[in-house]
Design a protein around this ligand. Structure first.
Ligand code: FAD
Length: 428
């Protein structure tokens, strides 16, 4: 039998949530040798959102170590040295292949058994693959996904060999929109293909989507909506040269980026922990159905107090905050209340920057100048403000919409709300 190691705390996964959890452990006085982080990526935790933004820029792209966590929240940057200095064991490039929550052990692909007293599951999610939708040939070297640094490096390489060429971006969500913008900045011709009627369909209203789409089109991006990929044209080297759509349209392609959604990495715990809404179900302390096991970030389905229901979110702010909450609950349970989280998403493309708080439920009321650079929407559900979107706001304005949304004020006059716009939030 292979020798094993034992830790008080083990974080499984070394992404965003792991980095913020580590910082919180240190702030709360973890001792040297107590904490271990296991990750199949060969890097210390980093800010994943940088990959589709600064990482892909043609001029002065960001590279590690500049975007290790926790710079994204203006906190300390935790380079590998930091972990060493604090006696935190970073087990990198190591996949955990099975878990036993009854015995409190993890088995790594290298054959080591690592045992814990408390486990934090922070395994995140993986990109959905075209194969799952019955499209074959997607293992070609110029078909790219975007989830981790290895994916981003591959995209950088493919960009370099596609100068002045054509890219097809499959999917109109965050990944598609951010990658498309980066490709345009790299002077690559972009066609975006997605089945919905507009981009970012899970969040944007048609009016908000139209604003960004017009800008993308002015930058030369071609949108093909209501259509999906059906197959690839492949040359004798196995390289994709064209994308064929369901209606027969054939798009020449030097590269393809696929951003069609993610699947949470729950498989190690299926049959051992309660799952719900595709994630590992936790309570307000981020605790799973096994009281020694916590789950945070993209993999966790947690109670969102504000909405009175449980949700799984796929956004960086929730990964950061849920991770810190779990550590607080583990180390100081009597001082830790239920996680009270206001959902927050953001994106940056070209010179745009937007923030969204709350829930996009009910009726959307637009405000601001849609022919200018500052506009947004409020969502009103059952006469309460439940969600706010703002493009081009100041720090104070973003804080104001966040605060207003968290208070869920009663809205009597929707038209008035639309006229007031950000001023409504500033006055709440
Ligand atoms: P992850 O950061 O994915 O970390 C999970 C880690 O676990 C990975 O290192 C993985 O390799 C490891 N792992 C998984 N299984 C195992 C195993 N069996 N053994 C060992 N290790 C394992 N959100 C926003 O709000 N705004 C944005 O602008 C934004 N941009 C993004 C851009 C990109 C390109 C991507 C991919 C995501 C973006 N997100 C954004 C989402 C955000 O990055 C995620 O919500 C966040 O990373 C989730 O953190 P996590 O720690 O739960 O998971």
């Amino acid at each position: 039998e292979v020798m094993g190691r034992a830790f008080v705390y083990v974080i499984l996964g070394g992404g965003v949530a792991a980095g913020y959890a580590a910082l919180e452990f240190v702030k709360r006085g973890v001792s040297s040798g107590e904490l271990c982080i296991i990750s199949d990526e060969p890097f210390a935790p980093y800010e994943r959102p940088a990959l589709s933004k600064g990482y892909l820029l043609p001029e002065a792209p960001v590279r590690l170590p500049s975007f290790h966590t926790c710079v994204g929240a203006h906190e300390e940057r935790l380079a590998p040295k930091w972990y060493k200095e604090h006696g935190i064991e970073l087990v990198l490039g190591t996949r955990v292949k099975s878990a036993d929550v009854r015995r409190k052990t993890l088995l790594t692909a290298t054959g080591e058994t690592i045992s814990y007293k408390f486990l934090i599951i922070a395994t995140g999610a993986q990109a959905l693959k075209l194969e799952e939708f019955g499209v074959s040939g997607s293992d070609a070297e110029n078909i790219c996904y975007m989830r981790d640094l290895a994916d981003a490096n591959r995209i950088v390489d493919v960009i370099h060999s596609s100068t002045d060429g054509n890219a097809v971006v499959i999917g109109g969500g965050y990944i598609g929109m951010e990658c498309a913008a980066s490709l345009v900045i790299n002077k690559i011709n972009v066609t975006m293909v997605f089945p919905e009627v507009h981009c970012m369909p899970r969040l944007f209203t048609p009016k908000i989507a139209a604003y960004y789409e017009e800008y993308y089109m002015a930058k030369g991006v071609n949108f093909i909506k209501g259509n999906v990929l059906s197959s690839f044209g492949i040359d004798f080297n196995g390289k994709v040269t064209a994308v064929v759509l369901r209606d027969g349209t054939r798009l020449p392609a030097d590269m393809v980026i696929v951003g069609i959604g993610i699947r949470p990495n729950t498989s190690l715990f299926e049959g051992q922990l309660t799952l719900e809404k595709g994630g590992i179900k936790v309570n307000g302390m981020m605790q799973t159905s096994n009281s020694y096991v916590y789950a945070v970030g993209d993999v966790a389905t947690f109670p969102v107090k504000l909405f009175g229901e449980i949700r799984r979110l796929e956004h960086v702010d929730s990964a950061r905050k849920s991770a810190r909450h779990a550590v607080s609950a583990i180390m100081e349970p009597e001082k830790t209340g239920e996680f009270d989280y206001l959902p927050f998403f953001y994106s940056r493309v070209f010179a745009f920057s937007w923030q969204f708080y709350g829930d996009n439920a009910g009726e959307a009321i637009h405000f601001g100048d849609f022919s200018g650079s500052k506009f947004g929407a409020f969502w009103v559900c059952k006469s309460h403000l439940v969600g706010s979107f703002l493009e081009g706001g100041t720090k104070e304005e973003y804080e104001a919409i966040a605060r207003a949304t968290s208070l869920k004020p009663t809205i009597e006059d929707a038209a008035e709300l639309g006229r007031l716009g950000v001023d409504f939030a500033l006055a709440v």
